[in-house]
Design a protein around this ligand. Structure first.
Ligand code: PMP
Length: 462
């Protein structure tokens, strides 16, 4: 029986015209999409005028919230001056130069060159192509496989979706492609053995990585890609000591570390870069999302000088560097990137994230008492609340029951937009959120969890 209210006109037009990403499209005709019309600060408003705290910064990206006039102005100015140009065939333009210089200045390791894309997926695709190109240039044509991790999220193009380690990105899509290997997910709560300490768990999965490399042969493996705090995989914060131990293994076999900073970058974790919060040492870096505060699409790949020199050598033989996107380095995205970084710096967004992180952590920690909550995880201003059927045994809910999605829907009723990743509720509020707004977010979350618990009991979902 359809218990949903009838679709509004705009909802009906939407379902007639759009194929929605990451949506149970078989049900969309009944539920209809939540139509968002405008935004201001940390709030967005739907077409019926209802207000929501946007607790996910959209898709982990609108770090400066909505309606930031300085960004709007910068966009208008750039559009008037030069709405489009590109970097192909030895062309250039100032916004791209300025943003590349800025990125080099704030990068966590010495970076020589920045390559722009339109998205995070394209950045990670480019990373793989560049690793192959580099090894061809260096006369190592067999060193091509890429190691990723189970539950990783690196995008949805054919290669980046292959790097992604989530079943619904592979099932039905003929993925992953060859040359991609998945190693263990560094999530102690879910994958630690009974009685295994975090240190023992880390040692075991790093040994498993080392065994995988030996089995596949080190001279066939080019790179490992890792997102410091794994966002879309369920906000997984690896144990301390994990990345340094991984790096030791990679260095032994001359395997580079690709650092996916698409969510983590630009102050989100309480440092400029997630790698700095987690003790990871990258070789190359992917960035996107908060780079422009999401006011325009843009991605970037950053590479060090020695790797850049390998491309130069190769391009000398081939004649040209045969890679690039029409909108990679779009002047609008670059101008917004420059402005967003300027705002992060002049308003000390990093300091603000650090000052709120303890409040965020304390409110999340308090949720551990809730009967639905198995684990809470956080780093800076990104967090996750994992809902379980049985706290004592960590037994998850039957995935088919969709408990996480139902709780996320209940939260919308309370004026809070969060994202259910399976049964983990993710939080990634705009970094400009005030302490009062953050507390309001958690008050709404607590109400939603109470309703969620009532629903789970009533419907017998355990
Ligand atoms: N890497 C990470 C870590 C991401 O979270 C995402 C997007 N959620 C991507 C890559 C892909 O970025 P895009 O959606 O811009 O292609």
């Amino acid at each position: 029986m359809n218990t949903h209210p009838p679709l509004s006109n705009i909802q009906a037009r939407d379902v007639e015209a759009l194929l929605h990403p990451y949506t149970p499209i078989h049900r969309l005709r009944e539920t209809g999409p939540l139509m968002i019309e405008r935004g201001k600060g940390v709030f967005v408003y739907d077409t019926r005028g209802k207000e929501y705290i946007e607790g996910m910064s959209g898709l982990w990206c609108a770090g400066l919230g909505f309606g930031e006039e300085e960004l709007v102005e910068a966009a208008a100015e750039q559009m008037r001056a030069l709405p489009y140009y590109h970097l192909f065939g030895a062309k250039g333009m100032e916004p791209a130069v300025e943003l590349a210089e800025k990125l080099k200045e704030i990068a966590p390791v010495p970076i020589s060159k920045v390559f722009f894309t339109s998205s995070g997926s394209e950045a990670n695709d480019t990373q793989v192509k560049l690793a192959w190109y580099m090894n061809n240039a260096m006369g190592r044509p067999n060193k091509k496989k890429i190691i990723s991790r189970q539950k990783a999220y690196h995008g949805v193009t054919i290669m980046s979706a292959s790097l992604t380690g989530l079943p619904y990105n592979h099932m039905g899509w003929d993925l992953p492609v060859d040359r991609v290997l998945h190693t263990d997910c560094p999530h102690h709560y879910r994958f630690g053995h009974d009685g295994e300490s975090e240190a023992e768990f880390t040692a075991r999965i790093v040994q498993s990585l080392s065994d995988l490399i030996e089995r596949e042969r080190p001279d066939t493996i080019a790179a490992m890609i890792a997102e410091p705090v794994m966002g879309a995989g369920g906000v997984i914060v690896p144990p301390a000591g994990y990345y340094p131990a991984v790096k030791e293994v990679l260095d032994r076999h001359d395997i580079i570390m690709i650092d996916d900073e698409v969510i983590n970058g630009f102050c989100r974790t309480g440092e400029w870069w997630g790698c700095q919060s987690l003790g990871m040492t990258p070789t190359t870096i992917s960035a996107a999302k908060q780079m422009t505060a999401a006011y325009a699409p843009l991605g970037a790949v950053m590479v060090p000088e020695d790797i850049y020199q390998a491309y130069v050598d190769h391009s000398r033989q081939i004649g040209t560097f045969g890679h690039g996107f029409t909108y990679g380095g779009h002047p609008l995205g670059c101008a917004l990137g420059v402005k967003a970084i300027e705002i992060y710096q002049k308003r000390d967004i990093l300091g603000h994230v650090r000052s709120l992180a303890p409040v965020f952590a304390a409110r999340l920690d308090a949720l551990k008492q809730h009967p639905l909550v198995g684990e809470v995880r956080y780093c800076g201003l990104v967090g996750g609340v994992e809902l379980v059927a049985d706290k004592a045994t960590k037994r998850p809910f039957d995935g088919k029951k969709g408990v996480g999605a139902q709780v996320a829907k209940i939260l919308e009723g309370h004026g809070l937009i969060l994202r259910a990743i399976g049964d983990t509720i993710a939080l990634c509020p705009p970094m400009i959120i005030t302490e009062a707004e953050l507390n309001e977010l958690f008050d709404r979350l607590e109400k939603g969890l109470a309703d969620g618990e009532a629903l789970v009991s009533k419907e017998g979902l355990r």
